[in-house]
Each structure stands twice: as C-alpha cells, then as structure tokens.
Design a protein around this ligand. Structure first.
Ligand SMILES: [Zn+2]
Length: 191
C-alpha cells in the first residue's frame, strides 16, 4: 500500500468516529477549521468560510459537526487537481447571521470578532477534548507513514501557535513530538 493511501485509510476510519460529548465535538471541529479552513472577513462582523480537504469523509464530518453543533448548513463541491490528479473537497459556509459567534466559540475569532492566533485553552482543557482536538488536527492536516516498523506521524501547519498547541497536547499524553520550522512552515513529528 502506498503511504498516501495508508494515511487516507486511517483518516477514513477516524472520520467515522463520532465523539459522544458536545465539548469534544466542538474541539474536533475547532481543530479542523484551524487546519483546513479559510476565513473571509467582509467587515462589520460578517464573514464566510470554506474548508478544503482531499478526503471526502473528512469534509462530510466537518459539515455534520457544523449542522449538529450550530445548526449551520453548508455546501460541498469537488474539484479535481490537474496537477496531482487528486480530488479536492470544498465545504462552503456562506455568510449568515451568527456565523461570527460560531467562529468565536470555535476559537477562530476573539471576542471583538477579530482573528485570533492562539488557541483558547478552554478547547483543550479536558483530556477528552484534547484527544478530540488532536484527532481534528490529524484529520485536517496529518500524514501517517506506512505501518511497517514504527508509526511515524507528521503534521504540517503555517501556524506557530497551532504547532505549539499540538506539541503540548501530545506531550500531555506522553507522546514526544518535535517541531521543526522550515520556510515559515512548522512540521510536527511524532514517532
Ligand atoms: Zn470533551
């Protein structure tokens, strides 16, 4: 099995895990939005959002979280990259009243509805939520190598705060994680 397809398979399995508690679902969606989301601010507290993923099950899970937690609907579309021949699934959440408050609850916007770089501690305070947040990070941007020998997991992000939060989370579960910075991208390595 190719490495990429192994990652895909692991994500498919994790995408079908549904956290029982609302706090954990919120944490997992917050991580997915951090990694896969692009926020469009239109001023005066108005915004829209899209999430992109190469995994259809991950995109459907994000949509299900939005609908379940916040009664927010969205639309999914598929694009095929001519370069990589991979499908790219896009979830669009259009501008609507209350979306900024939802993004505030997800820790993407601060109380003044400006972008916030750091991840609020409340999202990962309980261990149950921390595990869900970590799952969301992996579903959004992780890569896991072939199962032969030792598992090796990588997570790439452009956000220093996200890399540090992820490192702290894994350390909390006594999994050692290293962060390496290269050209303004942070890669977290787990073995
Ligand atoms: Zn929880």
């Amino acid at each position: 099995m190719k490495e990429a397809s192994f990652s895909h398979q692991v994500k498919d399995e994790l995408a079908h895990h549904w956290p029982g508690k609302r706090c954990c679902r919120t944490a997992e969606l917050a991580a997915l939005v951090r990694v896969d989301g692009r926020l469009h601010l239109h001023g005066a507290g108005r915004c829209s959002l899209h999430l992109s993923s190469e995994n259809a099950a991950v995109t459907r899970k994000s949509l299900r979280f939005f609908s379940d937690l916040f009664d927010v609907s969205g639309e999914i579309s598929v694009r095929r990259s001519r370069l990589s021949q991979a499908n790219n699934y896009l979830l669009y959440i259009d501008e609507r009243p209350g979306l900024a408050q939802v993004l505030n609850e997800l820790g993407v916007l601060d109380d003044s509805l400006n972008l916030r770089a750091e991840i609020p501690g409340r999202l990962t305070k309980s261990d149950c939520c921390a595990a869900s947040f970590a799952r969301g990070l992996f579903l959004g941007g992780g890569f896991v190598s072939h199962p032969r020998g030792q598992y090796h997991l990588e997570l790439v992000t452009e956000s220093y705060q996200l890399a540090m939060t992820a490192q702290e989370l894994f350390n909390r579960f006594e999994i050692r994680a290293r962060v390496i910075e290269k050209r303004n991208r942070y890669t977290l390595y787990l073995k």
